[in-house]
Ligand binder design. Structure first.
Ligand code: FAD
Length: 287
């Protein structure tokens, strides 16, 4: 099923995200986590794509497992900045062969070891989106950034480029994580005003590692609200407490989104079924 058809239904959709193993040795443990997350019956599970290519081939096989063995819809991420157009084309053909109908089309981070852009590579996600559309009947998702993409100094430019990207054939958008819902509501208002009308899934990150999140937020330009910072400062060194507090904070964000009429929510569960379960349990009487 195309994810866009499900998002158009009048229902609440909670989806989760997993990432493929770095080496083949980790495949079985990732699959176990994927199976446990699939048992929560989410709207879909997305599978990230390693920008450097190291884990990319596992993205297709995990997405295929989710769809065909678990009976849950899957969304395969696909990045293009660090691969040639030929390699990206091969992955698209593989997705078609595996019957995967949903792709999150991304540029990926610019490779540090090479000049960019290069003639046989894509420069922006919109070019990849155009090619995916030409190559098959896919439902195409793309990324957006409520606090602006780090490479763009001005949010206005970011929204202009986002509009161009959506006009290339994007069916829905998923946001980068944020920890203050008012940032998302403000972003939604601004992009609707700019004529971007596709469904937008807020991406909610349950934080389980206090130290890591501070670094990730610095790199991605994500604001840490005082209330969240206090939680990380207090519980960051205690993994169990941080895991519980992170799931509660994420659940609180989700309840606020639902209360404000947002029906489609993506959870960056990563490969942590216990966190996904805790969130679903916190939402049990709510959804
Ligand atoms: P683009 O949409 O191409 O934008 C990149 C930058 O270029 C932005 O600053 C944009 O404003 C600017 N831009 C766009 N078009 C133009 C133009 N015509 N002229 C000038 N500037 C322009 N990374 C991975 O490696 N693997 C993953 O699986 C992955 N999944 C992700 C999922 C989500 C929901 C999100 C939000 C991010 C994900 N990322 C992933 C990270 C992503 O690859 C990076 O943020 C990357 O830097 C940007 O990708 P993009 O597709 O948003 O790029």
């Amino acid at each position: 099923m195309k994810i866009i058809d499900r998002l158009r239904e009048d229902r609440i959709n909670i989806s989760f995200e997993v990432f493929p193993p770095k080496t083949d040795a980790g495949f079985e443990s990732v699959l176990k986590a994927v199976d446990e997350i699939g048992a929560l019956n989410p709207a879909f599970i997305s599978v990230t794509y390693g920008a450097g290519g190291g884990t990319s081939r596992n993205t297709v096989s995990i997405a295929s497992h989710i769809r065909h063995d678990l009976g849950v819809e899957s969304l395969a991420h696909l990045t293009c900045a660090s691969s040639t157009k030929e390699v990206v084309g091969q992955v698209i053909e593989e997705l078609k062969r595996e019957g995967i109908e949903n792709v999150l089309a991304l540029r990926g981070d610019i490779p540090h070891d090479a000049a960019f852009p290069i003639s046989n590579r894509y420069q922006y996600a919109c070019e990849l989106i155009e090619d995916i559309k030409l190559r098959g009947d896919f439902c195409i998702g793309a990324a957006c950034y409520p606090e602006g993409h780090v490479e763009n100094e001005h949010k206005k430019d970011d929204i202009r480029y986002l509009k161009e990207k959506v006009d290339c054939g994007v069916d829905f958008l998923t946001t980068q994580m944020f920890f203050d819902n008012s940032i998302f509501y403000n972003f939604l208002y601004r992009i609707r005003e700019a004529g971007i009308m596709v469904p937008v899934l807020p991406g909610i990150m349950p934080v389980t590692n206090g130290k890591q999140i501070k670094r990730i937020c610095e790199l991605s330009g994500t604001a840490l609200p005082q209330r969240f910072r206090a939680i990380v400062d207090r519980f960051g060194d205690n993994p169990k407490a941080m895991q519980r507090a992170g799931a509660v904070y994420a659940s609180d964000q989700i309840i606020d989104l639902l209360a404000n009429g947002i029906e489609n929510i993506h959870v960056y569960s990563m490969n942590k079924p216990e966190t996904a379960r805790a969130i679903m349990s916190n939402l049990s009487e709510v959804i």
